[in-house]
Design a protein around this ligand. Structure first.
Ligand SMILES: [Zn+2]
Length: 258
């Protein structure tokens, strides 16, 4: 039904969350249906390599990742080089600050953004919980606007060991992506307990054994004093906005950092 609806108005581009587009792309490939567009735009969630490859294969075009906020203070877009996102300074001014509020030169920092477009609710030096860093080299596309690396983490998406040290989601990688029967995974932290929720289309003994072996690698990173468990479910939780977060921290320590 979605396919017919989309084909009926012949779009030149498609936009969506990476996780949703990934599921839709797999459906297109599985059923042999074709939606040919010039570009796919996505934002708001990590665009994993295997998401990008599958979406590009299904839609027959490149995926352009962009970053923006509902508050309309920042708009950063990928160019044809697909290497970082150019900061569009005519839209808003973006700064990256370290923990002390100084310029985070050459390192990861917190985004502080000022709107130049939103006259109804202008926000000045509005700090968000997303972190990223600038890329020093000029882009091969020739645009002079600075680029930032993909935003990989939010405070609420950090996992914390029992001793309080943080583990960035970017180093957790996507440990289950090699198991074909695992469609989606989500790490949920509840204080000293981490649950790895897995959605599987074909839950076989092989899937369970392979999941457990990957899970042991993860256990080594979070520490022995952390309780860990795997749950299989057909439905992984999304935010009220519909956004999927693959690392969710519901612990008190996670909330305190917001
Ligand atoms: Zn560029």
């Amino acid at each position: 039904m979605y396919v017919e609806k989309i084909l009926s108005f012949r779009p030149s581009a498609v936009e969506g969350y990476p996780s949703t587009l990934f599921e839709f792309a797999k459906f297109l490939l599985r059923t042999g249906k074709k939606i040919q567009v010039k570009a796919v735009f996505c934002s708001s969630e990590p665009l994993h390599k295997h998401y990008r490859e599958t979406i590009e294969q299904a839609f027959g075009c490149k995926v352009f990742d962009f970053y923006g906020l509902a508050e309309r203070t920042i708009f950063a877009t990928q160019c044809q080089e697909h290497a970082g996102q150019h900061l569009n300074f005519e839209y808003g001014i973006s700064e990256l600050l370290d923990e002390e509020g100084n310029d985070a030169l050459g390192q990861e920092g917190v985004l502080v953004t000022t709107s130049l477009e939103n006259f109804g609710m202008p926000l000045i030096r509005y700090q968000v919980s997303d972190r990223t860093m600038l890329i020093d080299e000029p882009c091969a596309c020739g645009r002079a606007m600075p680029r930032m690396r993909e935003v990989v983490s939010k405070y609420e998406d950090m996992i914390y060991r029992v001793d309080g040290t943080a583990i960035s989601p970017s180093i957790l990688t996507h440990p289950f992506k090699l198991i074909e029967s695992i469609n989606q995974s989500q790490i949920v932290q509840l204080d000293a307990h981490i649950v790895y929720c897995l959605k599987s289309s074909r839950l076989t003994v092989t899937t369970i054994v392979m999941s457990a072996s990957y899970w042991r690698l993860f256990e080594a990173r979070v520490g022995e004093d952390m309780k860990v468990s795997i749950e299989y479910s057909n439905h992984l939780a999304r935010d009220p906005s519909g956004k999927f977060r693959w690392v969710v921290n519901q612990s008190i320590s996670g909330e305190q950092l917001l």
